[in-house]
Each structure stands twice: as C-alpha cells, then as structure tokens.
Design a protein around this ligand. Structure first.
Ligand code: SDX
Length: 438
C-alpha cells in the first residue's frame, strides 16, 4: 500500500495485490483534526477483498462533528470545547444543548431548551404498571432497559423520524424521561413510593430528588451534591463511537424507533467492559479489602490465566490519562471533604492502587491508565447512590450523547443501513446426510 498526494490533487492510497498487477487507488480522507482515513467503500468492487478489524480499533464507522478524542494526548472535546472547561464552567442542560445543536446556546435558547426538557419529565401513568412486572431485586439496568424500550409502545405510531420537529420531541422525551425511569427503578427496588419530577428543580437536583425524597417529609437540596451530580453527568454525556453509541447508531441505521435504539444502547452499556465498569470497580476494591492485599491482586492481574482485570483501568482509545478520570478524582476529594468524610478507605485503596499500577511496567508498557470509571463509583457511594445504580447513572448521562449521535445519523443524507461483512472460516458447501447415514 502506498499513499500519494501531489500538488493540489486529492490524497489517495493505492493498494496492490501481491503477485498480481491489480491495484485500487482509494481516497485518503481528512477530518478537521485527527488521523487521515482511507475510504475503502470501493475496495470490494475493485479488488474483491474485504478489510478485517474485529473490535473496530482502526475503523471509522461514520463522520461526526460531535465529540473528538485524542487518546495519546488525553484530549476530549464536545463540539470543540475541552471537557475540562465544560466540567468547570457549564452544566448538564447547557452541554446537552451543545451536543444536540452544535453550538453553546444564548440565554433565550438555553431557557427554552431547559423548559422543553423540564416539561417532558413526567411519564404516562400506564408506564407505572411496567415496573410491577419486575421482581423487587431486579437489577435497575434491566428495569431501565425494559421500560425505555417500552416507551416505543407509547410513541411509535405517531413518530416520523424523518420529520425534524418529531425528532426534536423524541430527543426531549428521552433526555427528560430517562432520569424519571431511572429513579423509579431504584425506588421500586427498595419498595419506596415513586417520586414525581419537580419542575422547580434543575436536572441534577430533580434526579437526586426523585432518588432520595420520600412523601413523608420535605426534601432539602444539597448544592454540593447536586453540583457534583451535574458534573458527573457532564463527564459521561458523550464519548465518540464507543460500544453503546455504535449500538445506537447501528439500530438507528435501520430506521428503528429512537426509544428502541436508546434501549439497545442501555443494553450495550451494561457490560462490565463498558459502562458496567464503575460498579465492577467498587466490587473489586471491596474484594481486595485492604491496601496490604493490593500487591497480590496486581500479581493476579498480571497472570493471564487468572483472567482478572484491573477494573477502571485501560481504554481502547486513551493511551494516556482519561481526562475525565482526572476531573473525577478532583471531584472525589471535593465531595468527600465537603461531606466531612475524612478518611474513605475505598479512596485510599484506589489511590494506592493507581500509584502501584502506574509504577508497574505491566501497566506502563501497555499504556493502561485510570479511566472515567475508576473514581466515579467512590464519589457516587459517598453521595449515597447504591452500587447497582452506578451504570444507570451513566446511562442517564449518556442518553444525551446517544440521542445526539442518533440525530446526526438520521440527518446525514449519506447514511445507509449498517451491515458489516466477515471472514468466513466455517465448512465449505457439502450435501445433507440422513441420520441413518451418520
Ligand atoms: C468505558 O470506548 C469508550 O469510549 C468507553 C467509555 C465511554 O465513555 O463510552 O470510555 C466508557 O467503557 C471505559 C472503560 C471501562 N472498562 C473498564 O474499566 C474494564 C477494564 N478495562 C479493560 O477491560 C479494557 O481496558 C478495555 C475493555 C477498556 C479496553 O479493552 P482493549 O482495547 O481490548 O484493551 P487493550 O487492547 O488496550 O489491552 C492491551 C493489553 C492487553 O494485554 P496483552 O494482550 O497486550 O498482554 O492490556 C491488557 C489487555 O489484556 N489490559 C488489561 C486491562 N485493560 C487492558 N489488563 C489488566 N487490566 C485491565 N483493565
């Protein structure tokens, strides 16, 4: 393969099949930043060959303007704005507008967007009945996945995804109703009554209210906790073409109902290699028990036969610190200090684990650093959020990213149904043999 770009001509890559004079010259595409990309759409037609990239580690599935990650430099931009600036200066509703619309809103736009989300937070009363079908000990992610998918039953008939206004309403409904469903999943699991959303509260305050309030007494907002919750939601809002976002895009590419697409994203996020890692980190720290046991655990991780992973470490894209992990770690210290929690053994364990791992060649040579999930669970636990709700919270935040990416997909005139190919290594054609002859 060779690449060429002579004065003014568009750059190309030429692939030549060894042992033949057959070659294909393919366009070399460039975005505004990031690696150049070979456009292989004509490759099969010209050379009759596929490309192979299980896990899509080096494959661009789409063109997007929403989020940019530089894994080597540890950079994360939402519509060009660094995550560090948004986490410090913005809030979740403003970030949701930015991800959906591409620009920061002016005061009027922000106020209107905030009202649109606020006035869609209630659920149809029939939806309450879906919860009764679950066992009380059902994992809240199972409930979230089921009930969000069931929203399609309420909106499928009058939803034309090719109508911009209807896409906008679907976006409001999903961003607004997922926190209500998430909080009700938690209330259902502890046998407490559902708390209806309150329009006088901010997005993060309302989520904490629905999670923690009870009808028997007034609820008081803790601005420290709601600010921390808002920042955690901002940090988890979007992240380029990760597994769950790619699932939403693949489902969306078939023209499926957006509620069903987001339910598919929730299902993909649940895995411990993805959004389920925050819950897995707390379980890992609890199993290790004390800092004295860390060296033994690290030895286990380095033993391939143990199949033990250091949860909250490593990332397909970040080969440097995940910038969200740094912000999360700072927030962790702030929240614990402001809650008057002097010594949190889990945080001490996590920091010792990070120190040891980052001095160990196994992790350094593989560029394994803490990711967004390594510290988030410790903050959430300090805020009184149960472990089973950690991934649910991730899903609440990522709904904004999923909806933004789904909207971008539907509005892309060049989008087609996603349909990967394969290397087939199974049996070649053979004739059926009756059971008497086997
Ligand atoms: C999220 O994609 C996204 O953007 C996801 C996310 C988002 O916002 O959407 O950022 C959210 O999912 C964060 C990741 C949460 N998952 C975890 O913390 C689970 C633990 N991490 C690993 O499972 C793993 O790091 C992955 C799944 C995150 C990445 O898997 P890769 O890409 O297959 O890992 P790799 O190719 O970088 O691994 C290189 C080597 C391998 O060893 P060798 O074959 O070279 O000997 O590092 C090893 C891996 O086995 N390795 C680990 C490890 N992660 C990778 N070894 C021990 N512990 C780990 N955590």
């Amino acid at each position: 393969m060779s690449s060429t770009a002579s004065g003014g001509a568009k750059p190309t890559v030429t692939i030549t099949l060894d042992g033949s004079n057959r070659s294909a010259t393919l366009p070399l595409l460039s975005g505004s930043i990031g690696p150049q990309t070979v456009d292989i759409r004509k490759l099969y037609g010209e050379l009759g060959i596929f490309t192979y990239d299980p896990g899509y580690g080096a494959t661009a599935s789409c063109e997007s303007k929403i989020t940019y990650i530089d894994g080597d430099a540890g950079v994360l931009l939402y519509r060009g704005y660094p995550i560090e600036q948004l986490a410090e200066k913005s809030d979740f509703i403003e970030v949701a507008y930015l991800l959906l619309e591409g620009e920061l809103p002016n005061a009027t736009q922000l106020d209107e967007f905030r009202k649109n989300v606020t006035y869609h937070t209630m659920l149809h009363e029939q939806i309450r009945r879906f919860f009764d079908g679950f066992r009380r000990d059902a994992h809240p992610m199972a409930i979230l996945c089921g009930v969000v998918g069931a929203l399609a039953a309420f909106y499928h008939d009058n939803l034309d995804i090719n109508d911009a206004r209807q896409r906008e309403i679907a976006a409001f409904r999903l961003i607004a109703k997922v926190p209500t469903i998430a909080a009700w999943a938690y209330k259902y699991s502890i046998g407490q009554p559902f708390m209806y959303p309150r329009n006088d509260l901010s997005y993060a305050e309302n989520f904490l209210y629905m999670l923690n309030a009870v009808p028997a007494e007034p609820w008081k907002n803790n601005p420290i906790l709601s600010r921390a919750m808002d920042r955690i939601l901002v940090l988890h809002a979007d992240h380029e073409q990760n597994a769950s976002t790619s699932t939403v895009r693949l489902a969306g590419s078939t023209g499926a109902n957006p509620f069903a697409c987001i339910a598919a994203g929730i299902a993909a996020l649940w895995g411990p290699s993805h959004g389920g890692a925050n819950e897995a980190v707390l379980k890992m720290l609890a199993e290790i028990g004390t800092p004295e046991n860390i060296p033994q655990f690290i030895r286990e991780v380095k033993d391939k036969n143990s199949h033990t992973k250091l949860m909250g470490f490593g990332h397909r894209v970040y080969k440097n610190f995940d910038p969200r992990a740094k912000i999360m770690k700072e927030t962790c210290h702030e929240v614990l200090a402001e809650l008057g929690i002097k010594d949190e053994p889990l945080l001490d364990m996590a920091m010792e684990m990070e120190r040891i791992a980052l001095e160990d060649d196994y992790f350094v040579s593989r560029k394994l650093y803490p990711n967004v999930d390594f510290y988030s669970g410790i903050i959430l636990k300090a805020m009184g959020i149960p472990t089973s709700m950690f991934t649910v919270l991730f899903a609440v935040a990522r709904t904004v990213g999923w909806v933004s990416q789904w909207k971008e997909l539907i509005e892309d005139p060049s989008q087609r149904i996603g349909r990967p190919r394969q290397i087939y290594s199974g049996a070649t054609q053979r004739d059926y043999v009756p059971v008497s002859g086997r």
